[in-house]
Design a protein around this ligand. Structure first.
Ligand code: R2B
Ligand code: URA
Length: 364
């Protein structure tokens, strides 16, 4: 099925439905999707008929938690591969926003008892790990989009802050994705659903990507660039590496491929941008992908830079995204309203969850 046709088909159906106010009312629309007041949409008519929605991999649910009270003030969601990185982003945002956690509380992994993803909340910012690859990121995106929907979050923005392999860029460069491509260089996400492949357009908000890239500073000791990103299903053969356990092509084949994609404007490869683009687009949520290059693939495949330097580089996408967030939050939003609310209700908020303020946090 052609991706644009599939999506524009839905748009057309929606248009027709909204034109026929009497007959094709709520009941008909329910079959296609549900949309919260704020515009986060679930392209799933079944959810509203369910007694409760269990967000299994987050250890949250509509039957056990007041999601609107817990997450209704969220404005930004940052996602990245590892729990450690997302814990450090949450701590970074506490410092950058001048945010004060309620007395007697500390940063807690809200989803700790899921043993899958880690999630931290700092006022209007959620910081969540998504694991490696499209399947892991896809599960998280489904549950986070539903969380934002149930919480009636208004116009959220989702960021991926990650790592990648650069092509023709000095290692340590930050890339803001202007277009996400699959391993065949197509701007789509293919998913096998009910025995057939459904192709969905992988669309990122170009204006948002530009605004994020504009958050670079001439004083930064690294460059931030806009470019196309290939998302692959594998780190080794999928990205044309010569150092996997299996490799049935030559170095010349690899270099030809890298040169060809460079000519199409591709500047980096990673493993999740396409699913971010496709799923957030279907949900009506703006998203941006910001990754630091760990190596230049034109010069090799192994990541041999010392860990301390890699860790420092990984803070760069965090800096860029935090600048964007700070530019779009008022002082009160950075420091204030959540605090009062959490103090009043903190025990009730988490009573259905096994992750509580009293849990001790594991050292990373
Ligand atoms: C970047 O780094 C990971 C592979 O090492 C993967 O999650 C990605 O996109
Ligand atoms: N992540 C990737 O997916 N590829 C790289 O080369 C480096 C990090």
């Amino acid at each position: 099925m052609a991706p644009t046709n599939e999506f524009s088909g839905l748009v057309n159906v929606r248009q027709q439905l909204s034109n026929k106010t009497e007959l094709l009312n709520e009941a008909s629309r329910k079959r296609l999707w549900s949309e919260n007041d704020a515009g986060v949409r679930l392209l799933n008519p079944h959810i509203q008929d369910m007694d409760q929605d269990v967000l299994y991999h987050l250890n949250l649910g509509t039957g056990t938690h007041d999601l609107q009270q817990m997450f209704g003030d969220v404005k930004f969601v940052a996602m990245g591969g590892t729990p450690q990185r997302m814990h450090s982003f949450a701590e970074f945002m506490i410092r950058e926003m001048g945010h004060q956690l309620p007395t007697g509380t500390c940063l807690q992994d809200i989803s700790a008892k899921s043993y899958r993803y880690a999630m931290y909340k700092v006022g209007p910012v959620l910081s969540i790990s998504h694991g490696m690859g499209i399947p892991s990121a896809s599960i998280l995106l489904h549950e986070i989009i539903k969380l934002l929907y149930h919480a009636k979050v208004k116009d959220p923005i989702i960021f991926r802050i990650g790592t990648c392999g650069g092509i023709g860029l000095p290692p340590g460069t930050v890339v803001v994705t202007e277009e996400a491509l699959d391993g065949l260089c197509r701007p789509v996400l293919d998913t096998a659903i009910l025995g057939r492949v459904v192709s969905r357009p992988a669309i990122l908000d170009k204006a948002l990507a530009q605004s994020v890239a504009d958050c670079s500073d001439p004083e930064d000791n690294y460059k931030t660039v806009l470019g196309k990103t290939i998302s692959t299903d594998d780190f080794y053969e999928g990205q044309g590496r010569l150092d996997g356990a299996i490799c049935e092509y030559t170095e010349e084949d690899k270099m030809n491929f890298l040169r060809q994609v460079t000519e199409k404007g591709v500047v980096n490869m990673e493993m999740e941008a396409s699913v971010f683009a496709a799923l957030t687009h279907l949900a009506g949520i703006k998203s941006a992908v910001v990754c630091v290059t760990l190596l230049d693939r034109l010069n090799g495949d192994q990541i041999s830079t010392p860990k301390s330097e890699l860790t420092a580089w990984q803070e760069r996408p965090q800096q860029i995204v935090s600048r964007y967030i700070l530019r779009h939050l008022s002082l009160a939003e950075r420091q204030g309203p959540t605090m009062g609310r959490m103090v009043r209700t903190n025990s009730a908020l988490f009573q259905g969850s096994q992750s509580t303020f009293e849990d001790t946090i594991e050292e990373h």
